[in-house]
Design a protein around this ligand. Structure first.
Ligand code: NAD
Length: 392
């Protein structure tokens, strides 16, 4: 019997597991994940801002198709690709015939001095919770320290993660101010972005609306301001210091470090895959989600940005191609059409551009209804109706 090993239980890995189970193959399917739970990466910013709890955005992967998928909780340290074995921290090496590598992302610091030591990334449940504790403890400390830096927050980068975090933050801060009895006028939020534009993937008017919304709630944006250093109490850009004792680090992501360790030809731990999502020279190995870079023909071959939406479509294609390989049939090409982009701005607001029924632009409270539909749909795509209902 052939063994299919899936690495990672994020959007891509879980969806691939579900698809392979439904293919009813005579094969052993093993899903390896560091934690016994899946987390909704698109909601980490809410845990970090304290508007959601970890249990609101996680579910147990052992409940998903428990009779048909062997779940192995362990950390992948390396892939011995020549021997077709996955090396694990606490278990013996795991041999595979087919590999679906969906090991996901890590925080990218670009080697900026002090970023790793002094920045608080939002890349998993633990880091999101740690960022939240940092913020809350600095605010609480102000009452005894009277250090105004305790009331200053710098958010590094103005990509999706930062903007969605800022939306939650400006909603929660007034509540924290009240709870801790803090001087509201002394709270300061700076968001520092290297690029000249914020939310360039949105139509300019919509992006501007989001920026104005956040500015109206106290966020100071600094564009064309590349961060060059992070100190324990300040973010530095070419000599200018932005003082803060809470520094949220969200300047982008790279793929899992296992990629570089396993000898792939990679850039920022992402591997350019073939058009059927397999790896050059290794037809039984597929990379999906944030460890893969899929050239987008409509963008001169530049890779698609990593999102939950694309990970799920990749998983469908890669799972179908594993089935094809096992049955000796030709594999199919990955085809992707984005359904649109949603960016929340706190629990009751957001902006969105939809391409599902013609091109639609939305802003305000209606986007939260859409966001909920998108979240429910992604849970359903990975699991079943029971898990989806329980996740609400
Ligand atoms: P990102 O790459 O989208 O944004 C990072 C931002 O940081 C960029 O604007 C970049 O210019 C800036 N930056 C980089 N280096 C900098 C520096 N030295 N100084 C100042 N600014 C700097 O990263 P992200 O927001 O963490 O998102 C990661 C991935 O997840 C992206 O592919 C994103 O599209 C996806 N995502 C999507 C959603 C959504 O669809 N709602 C939500 C969250 C994340």
């Amino acid at each position: 019997m052939k063994t299919i090993v899936i690495l990672g239980a994020g959007y891509a890995g879980l969806r691939a597991a579900k698809k392979l189970v439904h293919a009813k193959l005579d094969a052993r399917i093993v899903l390896v994940n560091k934690n016994p739970y899946h987390y909704e990466a698109t909601q980490l910013h809410q845990v970090a801002a304290g508007t959601k709890e970890p249990e609101d955005i996680t579910f147990d992967i052992r409940d998903v198709e428990p009779q048909k998928v062997e779940v192995l909780i362990d950390e992948v340290t390396e892939i011995d690709r020549a021997a077709h074995k996955v090396l694990l921290k606490d278990h013996e090496p795991l041999a595979y015939d087919y590999l679906l590598n969906a090991l996901g992302f890590e925080s990218e610091t670009f080697g900026i001095k002090g970023a790793e030591e002094n920045g608080w990334p939002l890349v998993d449940v633990d880091t999101a919770l740690a960022a939240r504790r940092r913020l809350e403890s600095m605010l609480a400390r102000y009452n005894t320290s009277h250090d105004e830096n305790d009331l200053h927050i710098v958010v590094c980068g103005a990509g999706f993660t930062s903007i969605e975090y800022l939306g939650e933050l400006v909603w929660r801060l007034p509540r924290l101010v009240k709870e801790y009895g803090l001087p509201e006028e002394k709270i300061r939020i700076d968001c520092i972005e290297a690029a000249p534009k914020i939310l360039p993937m949105f139509e300019p008017k919509l992006a501007q609306w989001a920026v104005k919304y956040l500015e109206g709630h106290g966020v100071n944006f600094h564009v064309s301001t590349p961060i060059t250093e992070v100190k324990p109490d300040a973010v530095v850009s070419n000599g200018t210091e932005y003082k803060a004792n809470t520094v949220i680090w969200a300047t982008g992501v790279r793929g899992s470090e296992v990629i570089a360790k396993s000898g792939y030809d990679q850039k920022r731990n992402r591997v350019i895959v073939k058009d059927d999502l397999s790896v050059e020279g290794n037809p039984n190995e597929f990379l999906i989600g944030d460890v893969s870079a899929v050239p987008n023909p409509a963008a001169d071959g530049r890779p698609y940005p990593g999102t939950g939406q694309i990970s799920i479509v990749q998983a469908d294609c890669a799972a179908a191609n594993v089935v094809a390989r096992i049955k000796g049939k030709p594999t199919k090409k990955f085809v992707y059409k984005s359904l649109g982009t949603v960016c929340s701005l706190g629990p009751h607001c957001g902006i969105a551009e939809l391409d599902a029924f013609g091109h639609m632009k939305l802003k305000g409270a209606v986007v939260q209804i859409l966001k909920k539909i998108v979240n429910d749909r992604s849970v359903l795509e990975m699991t079943d109706i029971k898990t989806m209902l329980e996740s609400n």
